[in-house]
Design a protein around this ligand. Sequence first.
Ligand code: 5GP
Ligand code: ZN
Length: 135
Amino acid sequence: MANDCIFCRIAAGEIPCFKVYEDELVLAYLDINPFSEGHTLVIPKAHSAGLLDTDDATLAALLSRVKKVAAHIKEALPCDGFNILQNNGEAAGQTVRHIHFHIIPRRNGDPLAFSNSPGDMERLKALAQRIGFAQ
Ligand code: 5GP
Ligand code: ZN
């Protein structure tokens, strides 16, 4: 446990949360500043900062719990769909450096949106050549 980590302290029961689900590996609780009704965070109880710092076995287990919790929320609320969000680094908007997946319930016609625009085909082609890799 990292003492200065707010999510470690929530996992340890030192700071309260509105719990949605818990097992030996993960804890899921309502986000305190929700994007939508039912916005839930799923965290591993063991501390790691982000995706690249988390071992593959933990990630696999974490994603299976994200699926389980999302399926439950979709029935229990209900909602029409949901976004999964997982921020890495300050530039990406990560404010808590303890890995977490957001489950953001969505309703048909709700106002939440990512804004994008058509990409330039030549730039997309060059970018794929630059960052593409074989397994
Ligand atoms: P990030 O921006 O790092 O991906 O998301 C962190 C999320 O944690 C934010 O949506 C924020 O509202 C939520 N959060 C921060 N502190 C607390 C807290 O003490 N309790 C709960 N339940 N959520 C928190
Ligand atoms: Zn932590």
